[in-house]
Write a protein that binds this ligand. Sequence first.
Ligand SMILES: [Zn+2]
Length: 469
Amino acid sequence: MNRRRPFARNIKRVALMPAIGFLLLCIFLAYWQVLQAPRLRANPHNRWARERVRMTEPGQISDALGRVILGAERTADGWDRTYPAGHVACHLTGYNTRSGLQASLSDALLGTGRYENPWEEFIEGPRRGNNVHLTLDLEAQKLATSLLRRRRGAIVALDAQSGAVLVLASAPTYDPDEVLASTYSFEMFRNDPDRPEYNRAVQGLYPPGSVMKVFTGAVALDLNRIKRDTEFECTGTYTIDGARITCPRAHGTVSIQRALAVSCNTTFAHLGRYFTPDEYEAYAESFNLLEPAGLSLSSSRGRLGDFSGDDRDVLLAETAIGQGKALITPFAIARLTLSVASEGRIVEPYLVESIRSPAGRVLARGSAREDGRAVSHETARLMAGIMATAVEDGTGSVARLRGVRVAGKTGSAENPHGDTHSWFTAFAPVDNPRIVVTAVVENAGAGSAVAAPMVRDMMQYLLDRVEDI
Ligand SMILES: [Zn+2]
């Protein structure tokens, strides 16, 4: 009887050993296959990891209404990208995995990096990439692209209430499929002197010309150095430290409102006497005027110029009218306009509406970021009214719309590389802003002639869309 107990214990021990062994094996497998998997895959020497990415069905990118701008099709050895919107969305999609949103959102699109879910993959098998939904309005983007045809320039449109990017168009464009058709076409594309690869909306640095007067006027008003009815005398010339700033003609006695409406250079250059370079730079910072666009796209930082030299007063006067050394992106001017439309608040626009798993689960959601206040509510409303006058009875009159009050500002920016750049920036309706549109066209002459009609057409189209919703 007594001898049976150790025997039973031995059986238990023998039975337990494989169970423990199996458990250890499970832990070992789970450790390497699941927990350490992302690290192993990230190892560039891991050929299997590259293979896995090649075999993963990549996610799509679509516009606000689900229209696909970047798709994927199966090939004999993996997946190829397709570009259903072609040249219309080329600066957003890019033309390979190292350009455009394909590059910056590759983790989301392939389900790698922080979008990797090893447990899910372990259970469900090979996964697909996630889908990216943009705030873009593809139809409006098409209109912008056609307006910019045979030009070099950019159009940006924003939803003034949500801060969503509706249009981000740059010209010239390219067809991603054609670029990759042959080595020859790729070389032609890369060496094109018009630089089609360049996303002018967020990378293009332009002298802002007279659209800068919106900023300069807001600074002087917000500092309480001038009032809406403060009067200036324009004799056609303003001289500062021997430098001459001129108007096409003498505008006579003008209020700041009239000066903006007729885009009087001498008045706004004179405003450089009403604030210091430090104050001016501080407002540029609080308006995020020089900040890159972000938006998951490669974008440029603007600059105002260096006010530390002996020529600082001249430079400030020139910068106040958007000349001098100031260089700013079209997107930054759109963002400035959005601030005026948003009663002085700083709103950081967004382009990615959401990132969703193949099953439709929302993994990330975008929204505009509020970043404090650039100027007071009163200053912004004053500037909005002044910009409305510029369209109703000034240089921006071509941007008038039937039944809607538009606030806008023209710009004709002199530059060392040929004819002036044509600018226009606007928002509407003035009292309940819904849409912001900014356009720049390189070497096209006066803003009122080329950029303003483009902005008008975009504004009309987008306001009609808003009313439909
Ligand atoms: Zn003048």
